[in-house]
Structure formats: C-alpha cells, structure tokens
Ligand binder design. Structure first.
Ligand code: SF4
Ligand code: SF3
Length: 567
C-alpha cells in the first residue's frame, strides 16, 4: 500500500513520505487519516451551510476539532481507533446533514437540491480494507489535475486548521469555546473542496485564518490563566527525587492537574517532560509539592529517556514516538493520542481516572535516590514580562538591551537544528532571548545570565534574565502581547522594534502560529531548519515578496545580518 504525506518538517528527503512515515506512520494509518480529513470536509460542508441559516450542533463542532487534532503529526497511530473515528464521522455527517436539510426546508419552503462536492456524499466502506481503498482515492495527490499553487495553499490552510484544532481542543477541555474559531473550522475545511477558489482567494483565506487563530491563542491563554493563574518566574529542578515517579508529557495542563490531585499524599512524584515544562510556573499547579522536577530533553530523545525512567509515563498530546518494548507497558496515552497496544485513559464526565498510571508507577519502583542538579527558570508569560515592562523599556532606552530575539518553535531530530543552539549562544550579552515551545530544549539548560540593572550610583540593583522562557508553543500569544506592548511604548510598529524572530518548525501547530504572525503583518521572520515541502515555488515567492520570510543560513551570518544590516 502506498501513502503520501508532507505535512511536517521531517518529511522524507524533504519531499514527502511515500512508503512509510519518518514519524512511524504506516501507509494504513496515513490512508485512514486522509480519509478522516475527507470525512471532516464532508461534515464541514453541511455544518457551514447550517450555520449560515442559524443552525449549530455542538457534537459536530467538537468532532471536527478532535478529528483534525488526531491527524496532527505524532498523535494517533492506532488503526482501530481511526476506524472507530471514521464510523463516528459518518454518524456526525448524517446528523448535521439532517439538521441542515430540515432547517433549509423550513426557511426556504422547499427541499435543498444544490450539487455538493464529493466529500458531502461519503459513506464509510463496510470493512477496513474498503476504507483503505477509499482513503487511497482522497489523499493529497489524488487530484492530479490540481494546480500546484492551489494545492500548496490548500495544504497550508489545512495544516493551519490542524494546529488550531489542537489549541481549540485544549481550550474546550477547560470549558472555553469561541464561535468565531469554531465556525472557521467548517468554513476553512469546506473551502478546501471549492474548486472555484483562486490562488488569491486562498492567500486571503490563509490570512483570515491567521487572525482567527490569534483569537484561538487568546482563548487558550485566557482558559489557562483563568484556571491555573498567570505563570510566575519559577525555578525548576532538572534532577530527580528519591521515590515513585510519573512523567507527564504534552501540552494538556488539565490532565496534569487531575493527575496531581489523584497522586497527592500518595508518595508519587510527578515530573514534567517536553512541552509540559511551563506547567511549573502556574500557581495552581506549582502549589503541589509533589510536582518535583523536569525530566529529559526534547521529544525526539524520548525512547532513550523513557527507557531510563523508573516510573509510569503519560502522553497527553503530540509528540509520541514508537514506544520501545522496555517501556511499552509503562507508557499511557490520553486525549487524542493513541498507539496500538498502549494503555489509554478515557474521560468519564470530564474526569480521567489515572489509577492504572499510578499502579504502574508503584510497580516500576521509582528512583532509588535523589539526584541533585541545577534549576532553570520558567514562567515568563505576558503577565510576568509586562509586569516589569518599565524596567525593560528603561533598559532599552538606556542602551542596556540592544535587541530582542524570539528564538522559538518546535524541535526535531534533524542535525541542522544545531543552528538554534549556536544562534542562542552567539547572541551578544546585551541582548535578550525570548523563547517558547519545545525547540528551546536545544539551549534552555545553558547559562545566559542577567543584564544588570544599576542605580544612579552605579550599584547593581537587579537584573533582567537574558533568557525568558515564555512557555508552550501556544504561548506565542504572550510573545505577540509583549511585542505589541513594546511597539506601543516606543510609538512604532512591531516591524520597527529591535526584535527579530527566528523560528523553528516541525509540525502543524507551528504552521498555524506562522500564519498568525504573517496575518499580523510581521516581516523578516527567519524560518528553519528547512522550508515546508508543501510550499510551492510560487507560494514561496509570494511569502518572500509580501513578508520577506527568509530561510535560516548559519547562526553567525544571520546574527550579523540582523545586528549589522548592510544598507
Ligand atoms: Fe512523514 Fe511527517 Fe507525514 Fe509523518 S507526519 S508521514 S514524518 S510528513
Ligand atoms: Fe513541540 Fe511536538 Fe511542535 Fe508545542 S511538542 S511545539 S514539536
């Protein structure tokens, strides 16, 4: 069976995974995911028309969000689960179709007789091999006649929607939804089936999407900060504590909170991994004394690190990799994450029972002793940074801070990613690095020190840390807030600030954030380690002409070009 997927940065030969995903996605999984996207488009066609005449269905909205999230890189690798999801997709489509047809008849006085794209008429085949056949006909390259720029812009929008779905889902579990965000999932997916849309239409739609995703980032920021409090600068141990241990990875802070509640007083220590690191800065999570440390490095190092972890492991979102047999019985998934043969924790009325995870941690025995290590500081969200805005602005005006660099985004396994470590190390001492997402594991354990603040007599009275960890990838919202506040304080536009963005991308959440930055008019973004395979030469030309996007070169060259531009 064949496949084709080029949605992430590590795609085979920089072109496309065509017989097996580098991520571990099999052709069967890839094909069912393609079919799920096709099914979601069919649902969206009806859901969008229904919304236009005032009809909504919450199950439909949530299904589309979860369905898209399941197809993000490194989320759902389980054929059985995807099969079930496809059957549910058909039920949902029939439900929203019925709701639309009834409402249409009531409003217009006659039956709807419009011709719709093929996705609207999809019915699941009776068995899994039939589903594979269906999926093979609806993949990215299935329409050979499609203009390559149209395909490129459709995929750009689709990957943006997938990324936004992850964020919308995190907001949803915390009880937050936005009509504007939800409606755009249907509008965007439906647009992917509309052959009348031109390259210009699709560029416009991608920009419109970028602004909607800003809303979604804001929604999630509000959901997080209302529920967990505003992050505060907090030292996080990188060592281990003697005793039973559970490691929590991914982005879902509510899962972590429920696990902390269920392990409190039970002698089990909780460790964060990957994108869970920023959790230590949130007041409502840091209050738990048994949230003890951050363990391990970036997601791509997980096999070796999970192997060595003497406890249970919980994956709440991307990025799971094929578990080794040595820890397969100790690793659990929850939410949209799934791996065949790995235990999954399902919610019951919004609550998850993590007893199987706790039981496994007890069986695994835990760490035999304390391993002391250094601390790193997290928790520089927009509230914390803007709380000392006067000091920061003063330091810029006095020339103590010359430049800000946002060095953020995803990590990945490719060797070219050393660029980000080198870049952070080369940043001059009078510059501040803002960082977010999992790419920071390339440099967040290095010493960057402070920019000293002195009083009138020249005595040091404090300092601004040179590395400010703003949080998860979704906390790009914080970086946007800080940039907007600085621009206001200096009476200029964000593009005129002494601020440069050096982004690393891997999966689709980075795509949605990039589209938001572009929609905000931010220029001169440097992106790496390589450009997306799904961006056609003409689309790249538009991005370069309109936004002056640049691929990264070498850390030294890029820094020199930023700090000493040739005019
Ligand atoms: Fe390949 Fe990335 Fe697609 Fe996985 S998600 S199949 S690595 S392009
Ligand atoms: Fe990382 Fe997977 Fe993208 Fe949230 S966790 S940023 S790669």
């Amino acid at each position: 069976m064949g496949m084709f997927c080029f949605q992430c940065e590590q795609t085979a030969k920089g072109k496309g995974c065509d017989y097996l995903g580098i991520c571990g996605k099999t052709p069967e999984v890839a094909t069912l995911q393609d079919l799920l996207i096709h099914a979601a488009k069919g649902i969206a066609i009806y859901a969008h028309m229904a919304r236009e005449i005032g009809v909504k269905d919450h199950d439909t909205d949530l299904f589309v969000i979860e369905g898209l999230f399941a197809t993000v890189t490194n989320v759902d690798f389980d054929i059985e689960r995807l099969w079930e999801t496809l059957l549910r997709a058909f039920e949902i489509k029939e439900k929203i179709k019925k709701l639309f047809l009834e409402a249409y008849k009531k409003k217009v006085g006659q039956d709807f007789d419009g011709e719709l794209p093929a996705a609207a008429y999809w019915k699941p085949a009776e068995n899994v091999s039939g589903l594979f056949e269906q999926g093979a006909k609806v993949g990215v390259l299935s329409d050979k006649t499609l203009n390559e720029d149209v395909r490129s812009l459709r995929e750009l929008l689709l990957y943006g929607l997938k990324g936004m779905a992850a964020y919308a889902d995190h907001a949803h579990v915390l009880g937050r939804e936005s009509e504007e965000v939800t409606a755009f999932f249907h509008k965007g997916l439906r647009a992917l089936t509309d052959n009348r849309l031109t390259v210009e239409d699709l560029v416009g739609l991608n920009m419109q999407f970028g602004m909607v995703n800003l809303k979604c980032l804001e929604l999630l920021d509000k959901a997080h900060t209302d529920h967990f409090g505003h992050p505060v600068p907090t030292g996080v141990l990188l060592g281990t504590k003697k005793g039973l241990a559970i490691l929590v990875s991914g982005h879902d802070l509510l899962d972590l909170e429920q696990l902390l509640q269920q392990t409190e007083g039970k002698g089990v220590n909780i460790y964060t991994h990957g994108e869970m690191l920023p959790a230590h800065g949130y007041p409502r999570l840091k209050k738990y004394k048994h949230l003890v440390a951050n363990y391990g490095g970036a997601w791509q190092d997980q096999a070796r690190e999970f192997d060595a972890f003497p406890g249970a492991i919980l994956m709440t979102t991307n990025c799971i990799q094929q578990p080794r047999e040595s820890y397969k019985s100790r690793i659990f998934t929850t939410g949209l994450v799934a791996w065949p043969g790995v235990g999954h924790i399902h919610p019951v009325n919004g609550r998850k029972d993590f007893s199987p995870v706790i039981k496994k941690a007890i069986e695994a025995g835990g760490f035999p002793q304390d391993i002391p290590a250094k601390h790193i500081v997290v928790g520089f969200g927009h509230n914390a940074v803007l709380g000392v805005a006067d000091k920061v602005i003063g330091a810029v005006k006095e020339g103590k801070i010359k430049h800000f660099f946002l060095v953020g985004g995803c990590d990945g396994a490719k060797p070219g990613r050393n660029y980000y470590t080198e870049f952070a190390q080369e940043v001059p001492k009078d510059c501040v690095i803002l960082t977010l997402a999992c790419g920071k594991y390339r440099f967040n354990k290095l010493e960057f020190g402070d920019i000293p603040l002195r009083n009138a007599s020249g005595d040091i009275v404090g300092g601004i840390p040179r590395l400010l960890d703003m949080g998860q990838c979704n906390d790009a919202y914080s970086a946007i807030q800080v940039a907007a506040a600085l621009a206001k304080a200096f009476g200029c536009g964000v593009n005129d600030l002494p601020l440069s963005m050096i982004l690393s991308w891997y999966e689709q959440k980075a795509v949605c954030i990039l589209l938001t930055l572009l929609a905000l008019g931010i220029q001169n973004i440097r992106i790496g380690p390589s450009l997306p395979a799904f961006v056609s030469p003409n689309v790249l030309k538009v991005l370069v002409e309109k936004f002056n996007i640049k691929p990264v070169t070498t850390a030294k060259e890029d820094l020199a070009a930023i700090l000493h531009p040739k005019v």
